[in-house]
Design a protein around this ligand. Structure first.
Ligand SMILES: [Zn+2]
Length: 200
């Protein structure tokens, strides 16, 4: 399974890698957008549509609902990618860290625990925020609900954005990827190829 990932593009240009994406497109099974891509989500979705690649997507804490045309919104619902027989579920936004944040997109820890307890088991979770980090770093606290879901439902993979870094780690039996920029992930050879990364 090969997955094209876009995370936290924040309206930055990715023109330099468009040719790479076109070249890789025939081998890509599907794409995921992990939020905070701003208006670049539309460009990314168009590029995928041109290449017949479905995009499963969640919004980031800086996004608005109207960014979500042309993609499959999986916030709170499971979609099956039939080509790979893979179930995908998502969670938008982040944990609330500022009282003025839009309440439609962010959750408190209590709300995140409730949200994830209502989700059925899926192979892949795509979430803007990551698992709970157990540290109180402003805006980057992580979701207790997602952590509990990983513990209880044991998804194979979790992809998340929000932290502006690329790394992978195991949480219980789940492989978690923090994603930033544009990445091609291949689960067969476990290759996580960062083809574009912002610097902000
Ligand atoms: Zn974010």
């Amino acid at each position: 399974m090969k997955v094209l990932i876009a995370a936290d593009l924040h309206n930055f240009e990715f023109d330099d890698v468009i040719d790479i994406i076109h070249e890789a497109a025939p081998s890509i099974d599907f794409a995921i957008a992990l939020g905070d891509n701003g208006h670049k989500l539309e460009e990314f979705a168009d590029l995928c549509q041109e290449n017949n690649i479905l995009v499963y997507s969640v919004l980031g804490n800086h996004d608005y609902e109207n960014y979500h045309d042309n993609v499959i919104d999986v916030h709170g619902r499971i979609e099956i990618n039939e080509a790979t027989n893979t179930s995908i579920v998502g969670c938008q936004g982040s944990i609330l860290y500022h009282s003025k944040m839009s309440s439609d997109i962010v959750m408190t820890q209590t709300e995140s625990l409730e949200f994830f307890s209502n989700l059925k088991t899926a192979d892949i979770v795509i979430s803007h925020d990551g698992p709970w980090l157990q540290v109180d770093s402003y805006g980057h606290i992580g979701s207790q609900g997602l952590t509990k879901y990983i513990e209880d439902k044991k998804p194979k993979l979790v992809f998340h954005g929000h932290y502006h870094r690329n790394e992978s780690y195991m949480k219980h039996n789940t492989l978690v990827y923090a994603c930033y920029g544009i990445i091609i992930y291949d689960d067969i050879i476990d290759e996580f190829d960062v083809i574009w990364e912002g610097d902000f």
